[in-house]
Structures are given as C-alpha cells and as structure tokens.
Design a protein around this ligand. Sequence first.
Ligand code: PHE
Length: 337
Amino acid sequence: MEKKLEQLLNSAKLEIEGVQTTKELEDIRLKFLKKNGPLAEILGSLSQLPVELRPTVGKIANQVKIEILELLEVKKSELEKVNESKKLNDWDPTRPGRKLPLGHRHPLTQVLDHIYEIFKNFGFHRSDGPEIESDYYNFLALNFSIDHPARDAHDTFYVSDDLLMRTHTSPIQIRVMQSAQPPFKIIAPGRVYRHEAIDATHHHVFHQVEGFLVDEGVHFGHLKGILDVFVKEFFGQDVETRFRPSFFPFTEPSAEVDISCIFCGGNGCKICKNTGWVEMMGCGMIHPVVLKNCKIDTEKWSGFAFGMGVERIAMFKYRIDDIRMFYQNDLRFLHQF
Ligand code: PHE
C-alpha cells in the first residue's frame, strides 16, 4: 500500500512537470484527486488493512494528497507567469488598430476661430485682456460717466469696490492703446459677465469679440466696408448689412449692425419679427475722449471699433434657439458640430 502511494506521488510529479497549459493541469488534478480516483480508492480501502497499520498508511496517504496539491499550485503560478510574458510578446504590429473616440472643438470655439480667421486675413492681430478688470478699464477710460446706467449693480458683478468681472471686451481697447503706439489693427475675443437672469437668450457668462482699428484718415466708410465683407464671409455672400444709429459712450457716431435674416432671406419670419433684419453687433468711430485717455493725438489718428456676441452669432449660424445648450456639455448636442 505504501509503495502504491509512492508510485502515485511519483507519477503525479512527472505528469505535472510536463504540463504546458492550465487546461492540462486541471485534467491532472481531476485525474489524481477526483472522488473515484486512485488516491480516493486507497483511502477507501484503508478499512481492509490490519487495524495497527491504518493510522500510518492513512497519514502517508494524506501527505501524498497535500504534496500533489502543492505541486499543482506551484505549477499553476508558473504557467500564469509564462502566460503574462507571452501576452506581451504577442504584440502584432500588422493587426488593424483600435479606433479611439475622437474629441473636437466646442461649437463656440469653432465660431470664434472662424471669426478670428477672417479678421486675421484682413491683417488684424489678436490681443487678450483679464476677465477681472478695474472700474477704470471697464468704464472710466471708455468714457462712461460716474453715474452711467451700465455701471448699475444690476448689470455688473463687483469683486471689490474697484474690481469687477468685465462686462464687455472693450477694456482691451484701452489696454492695447495705452501700451503701444498707433496704428492698431486688433481682434480680441474673450469671456464677459453680466448680472442677468438666465433664459433662452440670456446668460450671465458669454463671449464677445472686440475689434478695432486706429490709423491715419480712418472714417466710417472703412468700418462699414470691413463689417460688410466680414458678414458675407461668415454667413454667405447673399447676406446684406445695414447700419442703424445707436449709442455707446466710447464711440461717436455709434451704430448697430443688422444683417438680413438668414432664416427667411429677409422676407420676414418669427425670428426676425417680420422685419427681415436681425441685430448682429455694436460699432462706431472711437470717441476722441477715449483716444485722448490713451494719449493718442486725435489730430493725426482716428479709428473704429466693433463688438459682437459669439453665442448670438453661433445661434444664428447653427439655428440654435437656446443659449443654455452651449454650457450644458450634453454630448448629444456637442456631437452635432
Ligand atoms: N462693448 C459694447 C457692448 O458690449 C459693444 C461695442 C464694442 C460697441 C465696440 C461699439 C464698439 O455692448
């Protein structure tokens, strides 16, 4: 009986050593240790032995079982290690690649880049300014009188007595004109803040693009020409512009630029309230007071400025009827651009 056990252990050892796969190892485990296998058989026949031999042989049989289990365990972890390194060596550069999901620019960024691209081709350079501004740059230097309604707390987020979240990108005009000498040809995009209740067409954070040009002999005709070409480049050659008198403290004269409604082609619809026109941006000749605040000689230099809302333009371009869509990051919306 003891001999039989020894043989059993040896043949298990031999077979386990030769194993190549975990499947083979499992087969060997079953072969030796299953319920009606050789070891179970020996343990089952202990009762036929003389009583005094039973404990010794039983003990040996148990040891054999434990040893086989250990051998199986060692072999198993060996095989796992081999499998790991095999996986690494399996790298096949000729296999087709896995396609990764590709991100893309936010629709507002796309519109901003498009606007920027058009003005870059006109020879404009890009400038930026801080989103937290002083009262001086946002209002005072732009010829807003101390009691101008636009300073009202209902419109402006104040950070401290003197600091605020800029309400428009026009302070960049002052920063640029105070830091260099004319001529200037600047396009300046940025985020702006207004104390507004949020609804389908208003948000307290939105984006503007400021543009301005200062040179010798610049007049309103230049402004009209450049904005008309811009609108046609951006929306299409058949879109018309018209200039309506308006008011801004930092431009004189000031105008509002309307474009022929791109929804109905100017025939009249719900969007343009049957007028055939929609408002696109504010503009005007830079006020002499503003130029003087920047120590620019108004006898020699003159300039124009304009400012447009990026969300508004994007909504027209893509026919989006709710400004909130831009900030919700709903992929079903973003994937469409
Ligand atoms: N800053 C103005 C606004 O936010 C727009 C504007 C810019 C008007 C430049 C005229 C010239 O409403």
